[in-house]
Design a protein around this ligand. Structure first.
Ligand SMILES: Nc1ncnc2c1ncn2[C@@H]1O[C@H](COP(=O)(O)OP(=O)(O)OP(=O)(O)O)[C@@H](O)[C@H]1O
Length: 354
């Protein structure tokens, strides 16, 4: 499996369209070529530390035994996945991670399983979550926000071109690498669909009105969430954040787009947020045939060196301090709890294709 996110150099708009077509062909090949993980547990790796705990598993720092490379191993209990009805999501996540290759997306390096757990081996991204960094500084200035937003817009453009709806955009799912560039992670809710779907999923603060109203929706829900994300970067809070997080009240505000624009937003940022957060999807920026180009050519992005960003030549506004692969200073301290150790293979039929 290739360990490179991109072997491409991005030079011009024409080249980029050709490159995206090539990426699309390569994506299709990998999408159609899924392999079953061997029952090798983590025997090819040495576990060094816990990087984080998600709702469905633990992410550990591991080092491969045959070399010196470090990775993040996402370990998920089969029992928990069945109990929490996440079986389809985990297959989905592996499928997408295996097929997608883009500079700002996490990808699958390897996968294994054992009687109790499934393991996804991912590139180690050790600058911590964008969420934690944002919480520390509270607000980004617009230039700083634009640096991250440009990468998210390019990643959404790629995913949509591959007919993937991401459906879980939020700062918690954006990791920072050593150079301060982003890697989007967590593809459990990502769905490959060319058109519309109607499953209710995502995180309340970022749900588009059509999802809240249980209406069929398309990839423009990601552009709505992108509007929320950019707003939150600069305002330091989500537009629909409500004291005590009354979700029903939040949903009623989302449906009528009832939020306040901070007075310090520039007119270009106001215009971007307003255009993305349109209840009427026919008016929502990003929802035309040439959707991502419309977003990228919005005046707020004027002056962005798109190819410099794609090639990661632009200096990031913040570079995490990392002294080595085992430096965990950008992560909170987590404890490891290995709850299951059975002699029987749990749910072999449900995870046969994992
Ligand atoms: N590739 C990685 N490199 C470094 N740390 C990672 C990596 N992937 C995940 N982590 C850390 O582990 C945490 C949990 O990972 P992840 O969000 O994938 O789990 P999850 O169970 O899907 O979580 P969620 O609760 O968001 O559904 C992340 O927030 C991050 O801090």
């Amino acid at each position: 499996m290739s360990q490179h996110t991109s072997q491409y150099v991005f030079n011009s708009k024409e080249d980029y369209n050709v490159i995206l077509d090539n990426m699309s062909r390569e994506f299709e090949e990998r999408w159609n070529h899924q392999t079953q993980s061997p029952y090798t547990n983590l025997e090819n790796y040495i576990t060094r530390a816990v990087l984080g705990n998600g709702s469905f598993g633990t992410v550990m720092l591991v080092r491969e035994k045959s070399g010196k490379n470090y990775y993040a191993a996402k370990m998920m209990s089969k029992e928990d996945l069945v109990r929490l009805k996440q079986v389809a999501h985990v297959h989905n996540e592996k499928h997408v991670l295996n097929a997608a290759r883009f500079p700002f997306l996490i990808y699958l390096v390897d996968s294994t399983k054992c009687f109790d757990y499934l393991y996804l081996i991912l590139p180690l991204v050790n600058g911590g979550e964008l969420f934690s960094y944002h919480r520390r500084v509270r607000k980004f200035n617009e230039k700083h926000a634009r640096f991250y937003a440009a990468q998210v817009a390019l990643a959404l453009e790629y995913m949509h071109k591959m007919h993937l709806m991401y459906r879980d955009l939020k700062p918690e799912n954006i990791l920072l690498d050593q150079r301060g560039y982003i890697k989007i992670t967590d593809f459990g809710f990502t769905k490959r669909v060319d058109g519309r779907t109607s499953t209710l999923c995502g995180t309340p603060e970022y749900l588009a009105p059509e999802i809240v109203q249980l209406r069929p929706y398309n990839k423009s829900v990601d552009w709505w969430a992108f509007g929320i994300l950019v707003y939150e970067f600069v305002a330091g809070r989500s537009p629909f954040a409500i004291h005590n997080r009354d979700v029903i009240l939040m949903y009623s505000k989302i449906c009528i787009c009832d939020y306040k624009m901070p007075s310090y937003f520039t007119s270009q940022l106001r215009s971007l947020v307003e255009s993305l957060m349109q209840v009427d999807t026919s008016k929502r920026l990003g929802n035309s045939n040439d959707g991502s180009s419309d977003v990228k050519s919005h005046p707020w992005f004027q002056g962005v060196d798109w190819f410099g960003i794609l090639n990661q030549e632009v200096t990031a506004p913040y570079q995490p301090t990392i002294s080595g692969a085992e430096d965990l200073s950008n992560f909170e301290n987590f404890e490891f709890k290995d709850r299951y150790k059975s002699r029987i293979n749990r749910h072999p039929e449900l995870f046969a294709n994992f």
